[in-house]
Write a protein that binds this ligand. Structure first.
Ligand SMILES: Nc1ncnc2c1ncn2[C@@H]1O[C@H](COP(=O)(O)OP(=O)(O)OP(=O)(O)O)[C@@H](O)[C@H]1O
Length: 729
């Protein structure tokens, strides 16, 4: 009752009584014993030749009709759930029409189709085939009314399934039919079964369409509902007895569909402990075992440097060239990876990283990326199906096939590519050994911890010897220790056998340990592309700066100067205005060109979209008007409550937004306001707004306490120009 108003019980009870009372009233009328004249009695009535004929016919025809429903309804549900086509809504409404149509109308429609003079029937008659008023007609009538039940039930089950499992199967090389047989259908089997049982029940109870289209000929077309109807006036006791039989069959069917829950027991799916789950939990390897999930990160269980699967000749690392143009998602990226190169793709949420991976894997819906181009080595695979691209795709979730064991999951790829079963299993075991998961081979794939499942997924991806590996945040859902272990599995795999890899990540450790190069996406465009060390030491994008843990201000150069040494000051509140302070006298504004290296040592930037200015040291030649970024570390930022005086510095009035732990220090985040932007003496009060730079300062806890730095406080962030590195964008 938790969360429900009590009054709901009243209409709920009324509804239940409305269903149950008539059935009870009818069952109460069942005469079990024969009458005084020795006739009647339940057993005699339900075992009369006519009753047995009707029951037998009903069961036979309902079974055949159910089979027809499965054979026709499964493809119909697949098409409705997995495709999009014009007029799909209308098609669904038409398919489900028999649900709302009075059965007698269905019977008339069937008569006009398969009857002697019907649309199809007249042609069949020429061939000597007659359908109306035969047992076949009974089956057709039952199929007609029962089909929507199966389609509805299965379509619903299909729609709730995660289609990425099918994508995984496709990238592992499985043909569409194999994906359907080994992945899609096993996963919707409960929906298919319950749809089939509902269809059987509907077929068993079918009356109106049958009597209209097939008539009532004992042993041929007279099913149990028809027999009950006919007995109703001739022998009401027999009608009640036969109705009771139908009620019993209906209850059994409902119980079969809903299982033990009908009998008040707990749901079998939740009640039965999963095989191996207890042992795994005891060993602390299941996620709900809490922190002990780290059990599998001990050095002893670190991935054995087992021999990598023997490389196939055609599986040498290949260059990858992708032109990802997906206008609907705002993605426009050109990227080339050298053979064996690992490129980390970074970017904020929604930047387009996963879409880029989907373009490469060929997993976008047809039409979404019609102008995209993908080449692996010398092969243009743009129009090639995912299963033929020889790529492996690993996503945030392991996406193991729940219906297969761990070993069969890993053997799936080789099997899909035609490798005989025994060899596929051998390869699977070797691949599992390679990621330190050989002992998991016989486990059910649902009985694994997050880290174990992801290692199995890595083995499954690597066993196919892909030419390109696509890793879409494979460690993101793992806790820190487990992620570290899986990362080292990937690291070993890459060391043993380098693969061209696109690695989507938000994690600095992934970048440092796995990648050769970093590409940063912003709003679907590449804003930074370079070797890991350069991007992390001299980031040009806000995202890379945040990852590297430095402050970054991007803008354009307004002055370059030849100071000696670099001091600073500056920072007026309007473009072109010089800041105050003695150091300004030392600055020599110049229109220095790129070759005048000496003149490009100190630069002042106007930060994009704001009135903020920043002054720093340029490592490379810069000229006024150039795009550039200024980078400085949070530890170089001094925080003051009072307006700073003295030597000119970059000084920003900020509102503290948060204070968070950062190792032994505290990181204080502040958003720059327009007050005295960059120039303590200017005292301007322009508010920069929400896009204003967000800067970090690392302080000791004692300093934070002394300065009483809490969110909302206004303070000064001050950084010497000598600490600010300016480089071109
Ligand atoms: N199935 C989809 N249909 C339409 N638009 C989508 C779909 N999936 C993503 N998008 C849009 O495409 C853009 C890029 O999304 P994408 O998932 O590629 O970003 P991402 O960088 O991977 O983000 P995240 O880090 O959150 O995973 C976003 O604007 C997103 O809203």
């Amino acid at each position: 009752m938790r969360g429900l108003p009590r009054w709901v019980l009243v209409p709920a009870l009324l509804g239940a009584l409305f269903v149950v009372v008539p059935v009870v009233a009818m069952v109460a009328r069942v005469e079990l014993a024969p009458g005084p004249d020795g006739t009647g009695g339940f057993w005699a009535l339900v075992t009369s030749p006519a009753a047995l004929d009707a029951l037998g016919l009903s069961l036979r025809t309902a079974l055949v009709a159910t089979l027809c429903c499965v054979l026709l309804g499964t493809p119909m549900a697949l098409v409705l759930a997995r495709t999009t086509f014009p007029g799909q809504r209308v098609a669904r409404a038409l398919v489900l029409l028999p649900l709302v149509l009075p059965p007698v109308v269905g019977g008339i429609a069937l008569l006009h189709t398969f009857g002697r003079r019907g649309l199809i029937g007249q042609h069949l008659e020429v061939l000597g085939i007659e359908i109306a008023f035969t047992t076949t007609a009974v089956v057709l009538a039952q199929t007609f009314v029962a089909l929507p039940f199966l389609v509805l039930s299965l379509e619903g089950a299909l729609r709730t399934q995660d289609t990425r499992l099918e994508d995984v199967a496709a990238t592992l090389g499985a043909r569409p039919t194999t994906v359907l047989r080994r992945v899609t259908l096993p996963r919707v089997l409960p929906g298919l079964l319950s749809g089939a049982v509902l269809a059987f029940a509907r077929a068993l109870g079918e009356f109106g369409a049958t009597i209209t289209f097939a008539g009532a000929l004992q042993g041929v077309t007279q099913t149990l509902p028809l027999e009950i109807y006919l007995q109703r006036s001739a022998d009401p006791d027999a009608a009640v007895a036969l109705s009771f039989v139908l009620v019993v069959v209906a209850v059994l069917i409902t119980a079969a569909v809903h299982g033990p829950r009908v009998l008040g027991g707990p749901d079998a799916r939740t009640a039965r402990p999963r095989r191996g789950a207890r042992g795994a939990r005891a060993a602390g390897t299941l996620p709900d075992a809490g922190p002990v999930v780290r059990e599998d990160v001990s050095p002893a269980s670190a991935p054995a440097p087992a021999a990598a699967p023997a490389p196939r000749d055609d599986a040498a690392p290949a260059a990858l060239a992708v032109r990802a143009l997906v206008p609907e998602r705002g993605l426009d990226v050109d990227l080339t990876l050298a053979p064996g190169e690992v490129v980390a793709v970074l970017g904020a949420n929604g930047a387009g990283k996963s879409t880029l991976v989907q373009v490469v894997a060929g997993l976008l819906p047809p039409g979404d990326a019609h102008d995209a181009r993908v080449a692996v080595g010398d092969d243009d695979v743009t129009r090639v199906a995912p299963r033929r691209r020889r790529l492996a795709w690993l996503s945030q979730r392991p996406l193991l096939f729940e219906n297969l064991s761990v070993e069969d999951n890993v053997a799936f790829g080789p099997r899909a590519r035609g490798v005989p079963r025994a060899r596929a299993r051998r390869e699977a075991r070797a691949a599992l050994g390679h990621v330190g998961a050989a002992d998991l081979a016989t486990r059910r794939s649902t009985d694994l911890s997050g880290g174990q499942a992801q290692r199995v997924a890595i083995a499954r991806a690597l066993v196919t010897d892909p030419r390109v590996l696509l890793l879409d945040e494979p460690l993101a859902s793992l806790d820190v220790g487990v992620a570290q272990h899986v990362r080292s599995v990937l690291h070993h795999a890459q060391r043993d056998r380098p693969r061209t890899t696109l690695l989507v990540t938000h994690d600095l450790l992934d970048v440092l340990l796995l990648a050769d190069r970093v590409v940063v996406l912003e709003d679907g465009r590449v804003v930074e592309d370079g070797p890991v060390d350069r991007v992390l030491t001299r980031p040009r994008s806000r995202f890379a700066a945040r990852l590297a843990g430095v402050n970054l201000l991007a803008g354009s150069v307004v002055h370059v100067a030849v100071p000696e040494p670099v001091t600073v000051g500056s920072l007026g509140t309007g473009p072109g205005r010089q800041g105050s302070g003695g150091a300004d006298a030392a600055l020599v504004p110049t229109e220095a060109g790129p070759d005048e290296e000496a003149a490009a040592r100190e630069a002042t930037l106007a930060v994009d979209g704001t009135q903020v200015r920043v002054r720093g040291t340029a490592d490379e030649p810069l000229a006024a008007g150039d795009g550039a970024v200024a980078v400085f570390e949070p530890r170089t930022v001094a925080v003051h409550r009072a307006t700073p005086e003295g030597s000119p510095r970059n000084a920003y009035r900020v509102v503290v937004t948060s204070v968070e732990p950062h190792g032994p220090l505290l990181r204080v985040w502040g958003r720059v306001t327009g007050e005295g932007t960059g120039d303590p003496a200017a005292g301007a009060t322009t508010v920069v707004g929400h896009d204003a730079p967000h800067l970090a300062a690392d302080l000791t806890p004692r300093a934070v306490a002394e300065l009483r730095l809490v969110p909302g406080e206004r303070v000064w962030f001050v950084v010497k120009a000598a600490e600010v590195r300016v480089h071109p964008r």
